[in-house]
Write a protein that binds this ligand. Structure first.
Ligand code: IMP
Length: 191
């Protein structure tokens, strides 16, 4: 039986970060480039679950999709489920402007990874606390240069540059949970 899962997303950066985790857990995964429509919902879990169904309908193979959000405490959780739109519009500079002169810069990065194979629907979450910097630190993609995870003094961007980000991120936490579940599910199907 072919157990390849297709990671459907318009953003290959996500795939690049989950791939080493999947390989370490002996899970075969392939990137399938496709932007998926995101429904309007306050919960990124709902957005991810719907994206998984849409992705399955599109390629008719077991799929994994991901939805993320950056939740800034002082901004009552903004940009949250709108993180993608906000990144494309005001971007990191806009976020830093909104937080100008604000001392409490706590934020949480959340990831939801959803799996669907027409038989079973599952999702897994990962969260990492941190703070928003005052000035961008390093490079990386998306909000990487402005987010410093708790326990570190460098940004996700800088952690990415030294190969550590994928081992500690919100995405890693959700992916690891997925791997633990999937390996059991795959073994049960084999027996
Ligand atoms: P999406 O809706 O899942 O694509 O993600 C929401 C927004 O958060 C997008 O602008 C992503 O680029 C950004 N994002 C998601 N994960 C990360 C990350 O690990 N680092 C930086 N930005 C991220």
């Amino acid at each position: 039986m072919n157990n390849t899962i297709f990671f459907v997303s318009g953003n290959k950066n996500k795939f690049n970060e989950i791939l080493p985790v999947m390989l370490k857990n002996n899970i075969q995964i392939q990137y399938f480039k496709q932007d998926l429509i995101e429904i309007q919902s306050k919960r990124i879990e709902e957005i991810a679950k719907q994206k998984a169904k849409d992705a399955y309908n599109f390629i008719q193979k077991p799929v994994l999709v991901e939805d993320d959000g950056l939740f800034i405490e002082e901004l009552k959780g903004f940009p949250g489920q709108y993180s993608s739109f906000i990144y494309e519009t005001i971007g990191n500079d806009g976020i830093l402007k909104l937080l100008k002169n604000i001392r409490d810069r706590k934020a949480v990065f959340k990831a939801v990874i959803a799996y669907f194979d027409n038989n079973i629907e599952k999702y897994f979450t990962g969260e990492i606390n941190g703070k928003i910097v005052e000035k961008k630190l390093g490079f990386g993609w998306g909000y990487d240069p402005i987010f410093v995870p708790e326990g570190f003094t460098v940004s996700f961007g800088q952690l990415h540059e030294n190969g550590k980000k994928y081992q500690i991120s919100h995405r890693f936490i959700a992916t690891k949970k997925f791997c633990n579940w999937f390996n059991k599910y795959r073994d049960e199907k084999r027996n």
